[in-house]
Design a protein. Structure first.
Lengths: 733, 164
């Protein structure tokens, strides 16, 4: 990939000439219509749609509609449009799209990035965008060159005719006059130049030189910094505070009471931080303040005996258990987790002359705009929302409390404000992957086939909390705050006893052919705010399901792979990744003291099987090597697919080996990386990724590598020690 | 008034002496490449070189760098040049979100400056102070080993052939 370093370097030099690129203010195409996409116009440019911009100098810009948080979506989506436009992806300048309905995630209907949807959702749309624009350029070229379209071809941003190369840019003026075809034909896969090919991700250079701009890097003239003290228990309220010591810190300009607590504002971050520490604050504590992990688990245990709400019913469960020759019945525990993205939450808000700007790396820029409008009283059309690179997302950056805080401070002080959370804020005042108590009772017959599967999960619901947090951003401005509070409260309880929140139980029952099954959910929610965490429900259900499968296999006298193969007759893709990983497992170069564990799981329409090679030394679990076999349809960028599998394995291993938040008097006990440890290089296994060749449309990649890793390791630990571990994180007795 | 050099340029600041170097560099000198990850010395996002040593600057007061030479990711290579590690980072497509990478590269550069042929164990121990939440560890390790002239660990296929 040497040539690519040079290409990237050119891009870097180009980019470095544009200082403060994040401060460019977008304006609409027509200057007046609120429906035109926010595109920064260039002299003589051709802007055929919300996504592409081509200049007479043959400069290409792509407005990337999804948020780049490490998953490589800027490379991937640029590749889609580039393939059909016939321009090398690394020759295209990628800008973050502003707020506009054209940038909606086709799968969600609004602008939002998550659920491993981006490539899958935009696969046809963005190729079509590229193909249509190429078709129009060809028509313009044909007219200008006096040749039929059939005599023209394209290569690398040029029209080729009679041995001559004409840059697309020569035809942009003429192209603007042509009507866009509805559906220019797409390339057959056999002609792909970039999709499915190996090349370095387009942002590698920026991200290796410190020039990639994250939200935390945004600076505007007169910027002030806000540091917020929040109640250590979620849902608590401010009772009183004394700020004389805080105000004596040099540089402090304001101390402001805001919705989430008290904020100290200063002309630099360190002063604000010291000021906030010097505040003396008293809180009115909510009922949650009496909760600790032990009582939470006791409450969940009581919940396990409740009937709860039924979903996923099929066949006749009693009959299924009667047919079984073996029945296994186990409970599984998974704790609360924080996402802990490397970049703590932050946002910059500037309100000036009846207009506002917000800069933040978010998984939904439209929510940032909505929140600023809501909390400043401005119309949404007066709020420009600017995206940046995200220093990790994992679901955390869909909830934007920090944008509310920055807005409230900007309103109160009249200054442009950056709010930055500390790591302690991130871990203790965040929004969490819920704790779960699960029970699975399953039966298997003499032929090694599952006859019955009864599963129950106890815990808080994931989706309503997240929606509740988004609602103020998404509702129209005319709805009053009181009404919103009421609706948010409604959402909290909306799923209880009405319908089961699928996110909370996904993955607990779907993968295997089970003629008789029943899934129940018992909502026990103590009020710690919950949200999507990389792979969501699958992050704990796969652990329960796949360690259960290992026990059932043993009961049935079958090996782990054979047992899973017998029970995936109706799931050809899952069956196949199990088969391929199983073959590799059989040929695995065995070493003394090393033990293997197997697990497979489908999530986000992608199928993954993993093998973990583990040793156990003095009770310490070490994972040496992981094999990951993935079928995600067409791998638009195979190297990024590999990177996502590697990263998901590491993220999942942190949860499997270390991840645990405890409650003490309603507050999270852990605070930073010393007591909420993240996997480090010396603990990181080698990861071998096998991508199944496929011509099917792409499916999710950012999350599906995660769910199988904890059970694969737990199953290897059983092989090593004979101990069945049914709680996360994995700890040997 | 505290004075030090920032990749060769003499700079001074009148900020309070307990201000961590990270915040002086980011807020006063407006160099944003060095990142804040934990503020407590646990993650390495804020790593710079002080007199050639990799240091966690979120817990290093500027008083401690008076008269010293500070280098950040912006000054690691000559202008418009890449450090060999940065070349390796790009050719291995190391970064995911990229947030930890300036710190990773500064730690790796300090290691290779004192031990140009560091082996796998030495790389692991020198890099254990840098967290990557995206889990780029296998690629970070390979990129460093490639610059150190060391072979990376075998793949599963390599191992399988060795055994058979
Ligand atoms: S920010 Fe300095 S070590 Fe984490
Ligand atoms: S690349 Fe995201 S934290 Fe390392």
């Amino acid at each position: 990939m040497d040539g690519l370093v040079n290409v990237s370097r050119r891009r870097f030099l180009k980019a470095s000439g544009v200082a403060g690129g994040g401060l460019v203010v977008g304006f609409t195409l027509t200057g007046c219509s609120s429906s035109a996409p926010p595109v920064v116009r260039l002299e003589g440019d051709f802007v055929p749609n919300a996504f592409l911009q081509i200049t007479p100098e043959n400069h290409f810009r792509f407005y990337c509609p999804r948020d780049e948080m490490g998953q490589g979506v800027n490379t991937g989506l640029t590749t889609l449009v580039a393939e059909e436009l016939d321009v090398a992806p690394w020759e295209i300048e990628v800008l973050w799209a502003g707020v506009h309905s054209d940038y909606a995630n086709p799968e969600f209907g609004v602008q939002g990035t998550g659920g491993s949807t981006s490539i899958k959702a935009h696969y046809r749309q963005l190729r079509q965008v590229g193909a249509n624009v190429r078709a129009v350029l060809l028509e313009a070229a044909a007219g200008q060159l006096g040749r039929p379209v059939a005599a023209l071809s394209t290569e690398d941003g040029h029209v080729l005719v009679d041995g001559e190369r004409h840059p697309y840019g020569h035809f942009v003026a003429a192209a603007a006059a042509f009507a866009m075809p509805a559906e220019a034909p797409l390339k057959p896969a056999s002609e792909f130049k970039y999709i499915g090919k190996e090349f370095a991700r387009i942002d590698a250079l920026e991200k290796s030189t410190g020039t990639a701009e994250f939200g935390i890097d945004i600076d505007v003239p007169g910027l002030h910094h806000g540091v917020v003290r929040r109640c250590p228990v979620a849902g608590g309220a401010l009772k009183s505070f004394r700020d004389d010591k805080a105000r004596s810190v040099p540089g402090i300009t304001d101390v402001v009471e805001i919705g989430s607590g008290v904020a100290v504002v200063a002309d630099r971050y360190w002063a604000a931080k010291k000021g906030a520490q010097a505040l003396e604050v008293e809180w009115s504590l909510p009922p949650l303040a009496s909760l600790d992990t032990e009582r939470l688990q006791a409450d969940y245990r009581v919940g396990l005996d409740r009937d709860g709400d039924v979903t996923g019913e099929r066949g006749d469960l009693d009959a299924g258990f009667r047919q079984a020759s073996q029945v296994v019945d186990n409970e599984y525990w998974a704790p609360y987790l924080a996402h802990a993205p490397m970049e703590p939450m932050n946002a910059v808000v500037r309100i000036e002359g009846g207009e506002a700007d917000v800069w933040t790396g978010s998984q939904g820029i439209v929510a940032a705009q909505g929140l600023v409008a809501r909390y400043s009283g401005l119309e949404k059309s007066k709020v420009r929302a600017h995206n940046t690179y995200l220093g990790g997302g994992f679901g955390r950056r869909a909830t934007l409390t920090h944008v509310i805080e920055a807005t409230q401070l900007a309103v109160a002080t009249g200054k442009p404000i950056k709010v930055l959370w500390s790591r302690e804020d991130d871990i203790q005042s965040g929004i969490y992957r819920p704790a779960s108590l699960m029970r699975i009772k399953a039966g298997v017959d003499d032929a090694g086939r599952l006859t019955a599967w009864q599963a129950k999960r106890v815990g808080g619901n994931i989706t309503p909390d997240t929606l509740g947090n988004m609602m103020p951003a998404l509702l129209p401005g005319a709805v009053g705050d009181g009404v919103i509070d009421w609706m948010v409260g409604l959402a909290d309880g909306a799923f209880d006893g009405w319908v089961v929140d699928h996110s909370s139980i996904e993955g607990l029952y779907e993968d295997y052919d089970t003629p008789n099954r029943e899934v129940r959910h018992v909502t026990v929610n103590h009020g710690l705010p919950l949200t999507f965490w990389r792979s969501v429900g699958h992050s704990y259900t796969a652990f329960a399901k796949e360690t259960m499968m290992d026990e059932l296999a043993a009961k049935a006298g079958l090996d782990a792979v054979e047992f899973r193969l017998r029970n995936t007759q109706d799931k050809p893709r899952l069956h196949n990744v199990i088969r391929v990983a199983g073959e590799r497992l059989r040929q695995w170069p065995r070493r003394p003291g090393r033990h293997l564990g197997f697990a497979a799981h489908s999530s986000f329409s992608t199928d993954v099987a993993e093998v973990a090679e583990v040793s156990v030394d003095n009770g310490a679990i070490k994972v040496h090597r992981v094999l990951c076999v993935v079928d995600c349809g067409v791998a638009v960028n195979p190297d990024i697919v590999r990177a996502q599998m590697e990263g998901s394995v590491m993220y999942g291993l942190t949860a499997a080996l270390h991840g645990e938040l405890d409650l003490e008097n309603g507050a999270i006990k852990q605070s930073n990386f010393h007591d909420y440890p993240i996997l480090r290089m010396n603990e990181a296994p080698a990861v071998d990724v096998v991508i199944i060749d496929s011509t099917e449309e792409p499916t999710g990649v950012g999350e599906p590598g995660l769910p199988p890793i904890a059970p694969a390791v737990a199953n290897a630990v059983f092989a090593a020690t004979g101990q069945r571990l049914r709680s996360l994180p994995l700890k040997l007795a | 008034m505290i004075e030090f050099t920032l990749y060769g340029i003499r700079v001074q600041t009148d900020e309070s002496p307990d201000t961590p170097l990270l915040w002086a560099v980011r807020d006063t000198f407006k160099l944003k490449g060095s990142k804040f990850g934990c503020g407590a010395g646990f993650c390495g996002s804020c790593t710079m070189h002080v007199d050639g040593e990799a240091v966690r600057t979120c817990v290093l007061p500027i008083a401690a760098v008076a008269g010293k030479a500070v280098t950040t990711i912006e000054g690691l290579a000559e202008p418009d040049q890449l450090h060999p590690l940065q070349e390796a980072w790009v050719s291995h497509s190391v970064p995911q979100c990229g947030y930890c990478q300036p710190g990773q590269i500064m730690s790796a550069a300090a290691l290779l400056a004192r031990n140009p042929n560091a082996n796998e164990a030495e790389v692991e121990s020198a890099m254990a102070g840098n967290i990557c939440r995206c889990g780029c560890y296998p690629r970070i390790k390979q990129a460093i080993l490639s610059v150190a002239g060391q072979a990376s660990g075998p793949s599963l296929d390599d191992l399988a052939t060795e055994v058979s």
